[in-house]
Design a protein around this ligand. Structure first.
Ligand SMILES: [Zn+2]
Length: 158
């Protein structure tokens, strides 16, 4: 079973978003593709670019990230703890009902394919409840917050 038969490249993603292959755009995607489970703030992307010696101003990065979200290459979600947006690669599973676990310590995302059946069942019930009220629900995101196994290990050692 290979879940990721098709590894997207920065060039693929930029083409999909209709963006020019600038040095900054390619570098941003390189950074995100290198660690697909992580989600990033604008500031973290900016720092990672600087670390690679790529000059890009804040507005350019902001526009680039938003553009990639519109093109459905990335997805963004509000980080209530940090009062900011975080950007991560959009996975195929994002388009279906899914359970996603986010570690509040390291902000990694974990997909929970093991939970996909109960998640679908719960999503169906929610969508049915909506439609009985005349609403049209299209997507259900179930997000669970907590501390990941890696962060629990680290805190036990300390
Ligand atoms: Zn963690």
């Amino acid at each position: 079973m290979s879940a990721s038969a098709h590894e997207p490249t920065p060039a693929d993603a930029l083409e999909r978003a209709g963006l020019r292959r600038t040095r900054a755009a390619t570098a941003v995607l390189d950074i995100l593709l290198a660690d697909p489970s992580r989600s990033w703030t604008h500031h973290e992307v900016e720092c990672a670019l600087t670390a690679r010696g790529v000059e890009a101003n804040r507005v350019t990065i902001y526009r680039l990230l938003e553009r990639l979200v519109s093109a459905e290459v990335l997805e963004k979600h509000a980080d209530h703890a940090d009062r900011t947006w975080r950007f991560g690669l959009r996975t195929l599973e994002s388009e279906l009902a899914q359970a996603r676990f986010e570690c509040d310590a390291c902000h990694r995302h974990f997909q929970l394919p093991q939970a996909s059946e109960p998640t679908k069942a719960a999503a169906d019930q929610i969508l049915n409840a909506l439609s009985s009220l005349g609403h049209l629900g299209q997507r259900v995101d179930l997000s669970i917050h907590g501390t990941c196994a890696g962060c629990i290990d680290t805190s036990v050692q300390n």
